[in-house]
Design a protein around this ligand. Structure first.
Ligand code: MG
Length: 411
């Protein structure tokens, strides 16, 4: 389906009034001189790409454990796919492509090894310390855990990128962040001034305040959230088929897949099953992208959104149409029942949870098994959690073998 007329892609120089403008950024936590050739959002993206946490994403699980095959998605390839989808859409919506790219590349930096299994195990281990949330952890990575610049800890990213990284947050953590940032602000270390449309000083914005006041993040952040969902639904089908855990015939119960599969089979009757799946998934992605562009454009118009302040006050604007939302939910349900709960996936999930909780206990009892940098922190359990969260699948697995079960061959 083609996008016509007003929906045609435009260059990044013609951004809409509701796009985030780097010249009006709410700034960095620690003041820095502007870069000579890049705007602040381009600079954020570059810092993320050069970070250690970003490189580790190559060896972190999405659904299949890293060593189960070389062609399955990892957090790195997933992040690149999210960035590709979100950038394509952002250019047509005339929002800020550089900011979208920075948020997309950083959105999973806080993920533990072994995907959601690792996160669940770490959350259980950290129950008495306030738990473990991967979105909050992504912010911790960019705000303090990356240690590479002489002037500050973390990457000192702009408010807008940090807000996009913090996709979800508990109220307790939001209040904590708000107080902390207000403290920095009064010491003049945070941002040089308020945006014109920010209102009085009382409207101080922190990355936590939108969760407290029930406001929306930027369109760029909203888009990355939805592009994340579109990307993992599509690539989990692809990986599911590749692994043999999902069959093409099973997918006939998913309307979004089946309708397009029939069209592809009609257009190319002699196609191999592999190419049939590729082409169906490609069309699925296109349909969802065009649907998001149309539905979001309509929502922006309907709510008369013209500025970034309007975006914050309006309901969520980046969305699917109602029929596409229903089809997407059906697809999610299918993946949940047939892939994420597949006995083979569950088997590795149980092993991964055990590895994370064993490692947690060992490091808490023997902090000297961690590098010196992690031993020196005030809160030992949080330091252990940060250390484990930063591990790749294979490092966690080898540490487990070394410290807990030398005779084990692991998975
Ligand atoms: Mg993601």
């Amino acid at each position: 389906m083609l996008i016509q007329g007003a929906f045609q892609s435009t260059g990044p120089s013609s951004m809409a009034g509701y796009a985030c403008d780097p010249a009006k950024s709410l700034g960095r936590r620690f003041k820095e001189s502007p870069a000579p050739t890049r705007n602040d959002f381009q600079r954020d993206r570059d810092r993320i790409v050069h970070s250690t946490a970003f490189r580790r994403l190559v060896y972190k699980t999405q659904v299949f454990l890293n060593h189960e095959g070389d062609l399955f998605r990892t957090r790195m390839t997933h992040s690149l796919e999210v960035a590709q989808l979100a950038r394509s859409i952002s250019r047509v919506l005339r929002i800020n492509e550089d900011l979208v790219e920075a948020i997309a590349l950083a959105h999973d930096l806080g993920h533990t090894p072994f995907g959601h299994a690792g996160q669940d195990a770490l959350n259980a281990c950290m129950k008495e310390e306030g738990g473990f949330e991967h979105n909050f952890q992504s912010l911790r990575v960019v705000d303090s855990l990356e240690s590479r610049y002489p002037q500050f800890e973390g990457l000192n990213l702009t408010f807008e990128t940090r807000q996009g990284v913090l996709k979800h947050c508990s109220l307790k953590n939001a209040v904590y962040l708000h107080k902390k940032e207000r403290g920095l602000s009064t010491r003049n270390e945070l941002r040089e001034g308020l945006q014109e449309d920010d209102g009085p000083e009382g409207d101080f914005q922190s990355v936590g305040s939108r969760f407290i006041n029930n406001k929306q993040p930027s369109l760029e952040a909203q888009l990355c959230n939805l592009a994340d969902e579109v990307a993992y639904n599509a690539h989990d089908i692809d990986d599911g088929i590749r692994s043999g855990l999902i069959g093409l015939e099973q997918l006939s119960e998913v309307a979004l897949f089946e309708d397009l599969r029939k069209m592809v089979a009609q257009d190319y009757p002699a196609l191999s099953p592999r190419k049939l799946a590729y082409e169906t998934i490609r069309r699925m992605l296109s349909e969802q992208v065009y649907d998001i562009i149309r539905a979001t454009h309509d929502a922006i118009k309907f709510h008369c959104v013209q500025s970034s302040r309007d975006v914050r006050e309006a309901p969520p604007l980046v969305c699917f149409s109602a029929p596409m939302r229903a089809q997407s939910l059906e697809l999610k349900r299918f993946l949940f029942q047939n892939l994420y709960r597949h006995p083979k996936v569950v088997e590795t999930t149980c092993w991964a949870k055990q590895v994370v909780s064993d490692l947690f206990s060992v490091y808490v009892d023997n902090p000297n098994e961690m590098p010196k940098f992690n031993q020196s922190k005030d809160n030992l359990k949080r330091a252990v959690s940060d250390y484990i969260a930063g591990m790749t699948d294979r490092f966690a697995s080898s540490e487990h073998k070394r410290l807990c079960n030398p005779a084990s061959t692991g998975f």
